[in-house]
Design a protein around this ligand. Structure first.
Ligand code: ADP
Ligand code: GLC
Length: 483
């Protein structure tokens, strides 16, 4: 089974969130099952540098306003699978993030950047491909590759089956109708039965409309996106295609996220040496300037600072949280207003609240290991990875029961405690009152070390490896190729 996995970010070369973690781990898990998987990536400077042994395998012509480009093939050791890289200096060789310039503004040619990624993905998945390796499956991810199934639809000739995985429906890649010609899509594509979305072109709608199958990253989120509350205007289409939509919970990279071998920790530990975790708590407090207070539960947060993540509710509740007693360590970046609010909270509650504003992969590992509990009050969460990292590090997650958080955390209530199945704490709805009540319950359990230990061990024993999920993706691929 040959699979082309098209994606706009991959850890450790370029990462803005969980998509990069998935792009690094899922292709490897699929290849461990014996599938022949190749990544297709934009040639950002970090990718070109990371994949040193890249060789030219084809030169591709421009079309519409999409410039000509070179296709390179390499094998980056860190990715574990071969990578096809689109080298297009005018679009990809620049400093800044994959979606924003260094000042945080969207690149004004994002439609071309990701139009090209989608176009090349579709070309390689069609009988017009210039290379010998022809995939049976084109696996697209999020809006950045959403146009590929549309290009395949308008291609006359043989083509691979396509699937699109929705990692977050909130980001759709919406551009004015005038971009249609630049993207070399036929005028008839601009229709309700096509790429049109409320008077604009939506890359994600195109993918959801034209892909042969749709997956998303948890079973609960697959249901939630069929409702007006979380469907972002696509609930009708998703409901109409419900029989072709499946939710598959993400796994995590259990090698990168292993407290026994993690190089970023003050001390390594596992379930049999969990007391050593305390050394990480002390080191985290020292590193971020929190007072050493053994009676205060240390709550960790690592997050993009956006409305989705619900951290405004934590800011509102701050005095009540600190009174538990608890301390908070936030590592995050994003919305400037939220960054500022956290900086201010840290200066008002110096020694009890630490706010590290920025993206710091190494520190994120120490937060996972050092915190006692990990808070994720997301308004919606397609999957979420940090709750699973936390479980593996014996740091009990406290989550709003939505999307993948609901699917991966068994909240500690009398029944789950008695059954030995609890792996964290869950609350709903997302209100200050419900969150505080849950934090109180967590604190009460933390003050009963033996019971807390039991739940820690249950959390650490949860299987969050990719294997089971990779098998489910394989089954989706098979259902598309066996007819
Ligand atoms: P999302 O993709 O919506 O941001 P996920 O929970 O799926 O949420 O993934 C977030 C990933 O990004 C995790 O690996 C998390 O550790 C990482 N991350 C988020 N913010 C930061 C930050 N400021 N510093 C380091 N890592 C971060
Ligand atoms: C998105 C979602 C997150 C998910 C990640 C990887 O960024 O917001 O919940 O874990 O993609 O699938």
């Amino acid at each position: 089974m040959r699979v082309l996995f098209a994606v706009s970010e991959v850890h450790p070369y370029v990462k803005t969130g969980g998509l990069a973690d998935v792009a690094a781990a899922l292709p490897q898990a699929l290849s461990a099952l014996g599938l022949d998987v190749r990544l297709l990536l934009p040639g950002y400077p970090s990718v070109l540098k990371g994949c040193r042994d890249l060789g030219l395998i084809a030169s591709l012509d421009g079309v519409g306003a999409l410039p000509p480009c070179r296709l390179l093939l390499g094998f980056a050791k860190l990715l574990g699978v071969p990578a096809l890289v689109i080298d297009c200096p005018v679009l990809f060789r620049r400093e800044g993030g994959p979606y924003h310039d260094p000042y945080g503004t969207d690149w004004n040619d994002n439609h071309l950047r990701f139009g090209l990624l989608s176009h090349v993905a579709a070309l390689l998945a069609s009988d017009r491909t210039p290379i010998a390796w022809v995939p049976q499956i084109l696996h697209c991810n999020d809006w950045q590759t959403g146009l590929a199934p549309a290009y395949l639809h308008y291609h006359e000739g043989k083509r691979a089956a396509s699937i699109i995985t929705i990692h977050n429906l909130a980001y759709q890649g919406i551009f004015p109708p005038s971009t249609l010609a630049a993207l070399a899509l036929p005028p008839r594509a601009y229709a309700i039965d096509g790429v049109e979305y409320y008077g604009n072109v939506s890359f994600l709608k195109a993918g959801v409309y034209f892909a042969d199958r749709i997956t998303t990253v948890s079973p609960t989120y697959a249901k939630e996106i069929q409702t007006a509350a979380l469907g972002f205007g696509l609930q009708g289409l998703l409901t109409a295609r419900a029989h072709e939509l499946v939710g598959i919970l993400n796994g995590i990279d259990t090698v990168a996220w292993n407290p026994l071998s993690d190089k970023h920790l003050a001390r390594n530990y596992d379930a049999s040496s969990i007391d050593a975790k305390q050394a990480n708590t002390a080191e985290l407090r020292r590193r971020v300037g929190l007072e050493p207070r053994s009676n205060a539960m240390l709550i960790g947060i690592i997050s993009r600072l956006t409305h989705q993540k619900g951290l405004d509710v934590v800011l509102q509740a701050l005095p009540r949280i600190l009174a538990l007693p608890a301390q908070i360590c936030v590592l995050g970046s994003g919305d400037p207003a939220l960054e500022q609010a956290w900086r201010q909270a840290a200066s008002e509650h110096s020694g009890q609240v630490a706010a590290i504003i920025g993206f710091d992969e190494a520190l994120s590992h120490l937060v996972e290991a050092g915190a006692n509990a990990f808070l994720m009050p997301s308004r919606f969460e397609p999957c979420g990875l940090n709750q699973m990292y936390s479980q593996r590090y014996g740091t009990l997650p406290i989550v709003h029961a939505t999307g993948g958080l609901a699917d991966s955390v068994v909240g500690a209530i009398p029944a789950s405690l008695a059954a030995g199945t609890a792996t964290g704490f869950a609350f709903t709805p997302l209100t200050e009152a419900a969150m505080i009540e849950c934090l109180h319950a967590a604190c009460a359990l933390w003050n009963q070390p033996e019971l807390w230990r039991e739940v820690q061990l249950q959390a650490m024993a949860r299987d969050s490896s990719w294997r089971a999920s990779a098998i489910m993706y394989y089954q989706v691929y098979k259902s598309l190729t066996e007819h």
